[in-house]
Design a protein around this ligand. Structure first.
Ligand SMILES: Nc1ncnc2c1ncn2[C@@H]1O[C@H](COP(=O)(O)OP(=O)(O)O)[C@@H](O)[C@H]1O
Ligand SMILES: [Mg+2]
Length: 300
């Protein structure tokens, strides 16, 4: 069971110190739970996601982002002194290796790279990075002194830990889990994908990478009702089948007809100003964000 904890997080635009966006965000997400992060446009939701993932466009000026692991998250037991990580000290790829996934879409098509190859490379990179994060420095030194090669294990012919054939099987299993069409895997990465397919791809990527906490930013935007259902099936499966925690960022209540969140957080002007159960999302639908503003700042 993993827990992502964001405390009093302040962040500004890296090349513009005048522009403070996050003004003390408090929020926690655990594995096995779906949390909805809602809020009006411009309230800082996407910025929060990017700061947690380590995006270089923002600078953290105050606060903490911590990932707590129980010790049984990965194939090998995690030693006690490596279960709590200060994410702000880590590079984006190290955060990813520890299990933070931020849904990504490539604006430019990467020609000739199939989605399958791309994903396999991402998975292997994650394993390799993780091995480096968890390797025991003392063991390593002893082994080196004794003349052993301590470089990370790799599969045959530099394929990485997960080879082509094994990955095909993994992918097929994940697609079944998410109820995704087989033909999908043969397509080129995002090339020729419709908007809806890209969104579904984002969920598939999450399922393959098996994150502790998956952050999905506006995964529901621009989806027709059928695709919204498919994507929702996938998100529910991330929690129910994979045990991932999901932080689902959305402006609208609509997707919450298909994905029942365990918790709802509402952001306004760079802070989380309200939290509650699924009923809070319904209240928001009835009353709108103006109501949140009134509750937060008082009626004039
Ligand atoms: N890189 C950036 N440079 C300048 N302003 C930014 C940058 N990123 C975000 N902002 C500003 O911060 C505010 C919050 O943006 P964002 O996090 O995208 O909000 P949301 O996702 O809730 O709509 C907006 O006013 C936006 O213009
Ligand atoms: Mg946004």
């Amino acid at each position: 069971m993993a827990r992502l904890e964001i405390r009093n997080l302040h962040a500004e635009v890296a090349d513009d110190e005048e522009e403070t966006i996050l003004e003390g965000v408090d929020l926690a997400v655990e594995s096995d739970e779906i949390h909805a992060l809602m809020g009006p446009n411009g309230s800082g939701k996407s910025t929060l996601a990017k700061v947690v993932a380590g995006h270089p466009a923002y600078r953290v000026t105050e606060g903490e982002v911590t990932l707590h692991l129980d010790g049984d998250e990965f194939d090998e037991p995690i030693p006690e002194d490596k279960r709590t990580w200060d994410l702000l000290d880590l590079e984006p790829n190290e955060r990813a290796a520890l299990g933070i996934y931020l849904g990504f879409q490539y604006p430019a098509e990467i020609e000739g790279v199939t989605m399958v190859n791309f994903l396999r490379t991402a998975l292997n990179a994650k394993f390799e990075e993780r091995e480096e994060l968890f390797e025991d420095e003392e063991d390593e030194e002893e082994a080196e002194e004794a003349g052993y090669d301590t470089s990370p294990m790799e599969g045959p012919a530099d394929e990485g830990e997960v080879g082509v054939a094994q990955f095909q099987e993994i992918l097929r299993g994940k697609m079944e889990l998410l109820d995704i069409d087989d033909r999908f895997a043969d397509r080129y990465l995002n090339a020729g994908f419709s908007g809806g397919e890209k969104k579904q791809n984002e969920v598939l990527q999450a399922a393959v990478l098996e994150p502790e906490i998956a952050i999905l930013d506006e995964i529901d935007s621009g989806l027709d009702i059928d695709r919204l259902r498919d994507v929702s099936t996938g998100i529910n499966a991330l929690r129910d089948e994979e045990g991932s925690g999901v932080l689902m960022i959305t402006h609208y209540q609509r997707i919450l007809d298909y994905v029942e969140p365990d918790r709802v957080h509402v952001m306004l002007d760079g802070q989380v100003v309200m939290e509650g159960g699924p009923d809070l999302a319904e209240k928001l639908e009835d009353k709108g964000y103006d109501w949140v503003r009134e509750e937060t700042y008082g009626t004039a």
